[in-house]
Design a binder for this molecule. Structure first.
Ligand SMILES: C[S@@+](CC[C@H](N)C(=O)[O-])C[C@H]1O[C@@H](n2cnc3c(N)ncnc32)[C@H](O)[C@@H]1O
Length: 238
């Protein structure tokens, strides 16, 4: 029997996460999980003409990925987590140690690092560097909590290694760093239960929300860029 996932709540906001936080706090909102993909601050101004040039010297996803304050949002949003809550933050390998340190200062116990391995990474400086075929996410839980870890009974253990191609075809939107829906669904199935609430305070094109909606989780999403917000809105059934 098909479940009616439209019974689950999807609340998305177009605005700055720092400002929307005050509204959520005033409304005493709590969430079971934060699963988010904030800017990585890895963009550099470029003069290349095509994203597909193998000789390009860096990436430029847009102004939103420059001078982003990587850490202060953590102090605020952790306060919304329920006692058995968990947090998963995607980021560049360059920033992992800073984010881990900040999470630990907020009483989060780091459990593992998840790896998304891309089967078709973009070419880059092929002669002198490795291609960038991996992205990482930090998984932490509230200290002394009973965290969710849904290991399917037919698997003796789970690897922290998720594989998919970079997003293409009908799934692809105009968002330059759109996450794979397949990966987000796999992560959400393992780390959250049906009916729980997941927050993504940097939702971009809304991939986390789409995965939540498909899997029967409530979702709160925030995106400050109206163009990306509208894309996210169009991908969810509201
Ligand atoms: C890495 S992208 C998220 C991509 C997303 N996972 C997806 O699949 O499309 C980060 C997003 O955070 C947004 N952003 C940056 N600063 C923000 C802020 N202060 N409040 C809300 N959104 C913000 C950017 O506009 C960008 O779309």
């Amino acid at each position: 029997m098909q479940e009616n996932f439209l019974n689950y709540n999807i609340n998305i906001y177009c605005g700055d996460s720092y400002k929307i936080f005050d509204n959520l706090q005033n409304d005493s909102i709590t969430v079971d999980h934060i699963i988010t993909d904030p800017p990585y601050n890895i963009s550099k101004d470029n003069n290349f003409n095509t994203m597909y040039s193998a000789d390009r010297h860096g990436v430029d996803f847009g102004e939103w990925d420059k001078n982003f304050d990587l850490l202060s949002w953590i102090d605020k949003y952790i306060s919304l987590l329920s006692p058995n809550g968990s947090i998963i933050i995607f980021n560049s390998y360059r920033n992992l140690s800073y984010i881990i340190e900040r999470l630990e200062l907020n009483n989060i116990e780091i459990k593992d690092i998840l790896v998304w391995q891309k089967s078709n990474p973009m070419p880059r400086n092929r002669d002198r560097r490795y291609v960038q075929d991996m992205e990482f996410a930090i998984w932490g839980v509230n200290k002394n909590s009973k965290w969710v870890f849904n290991r399917p009974s037919n698997k003796p253990y789970l690897r922290s290694f998720f594989q998919s191609s970079i997003v293409s075809g009908i799934e692809r939107t105009e968002h330059p760093t759109q996450k794979s829906l397949k990966i987000m669904q796999e992560i959400i199935k393992i780390h959250t239960n049906k009916g729980e609430t997941v927050l993504d305070c940097f939702m971009g094109s809304g991939t986390t929300g789409v995965a939540c909606q498909k899997l029967g989780r409530n979702f709160i999403g925030i995106e400050k860029d109206k163009k990306y917000f509208d894309i996210a809105k169009s991908r969810m059934i509201l």
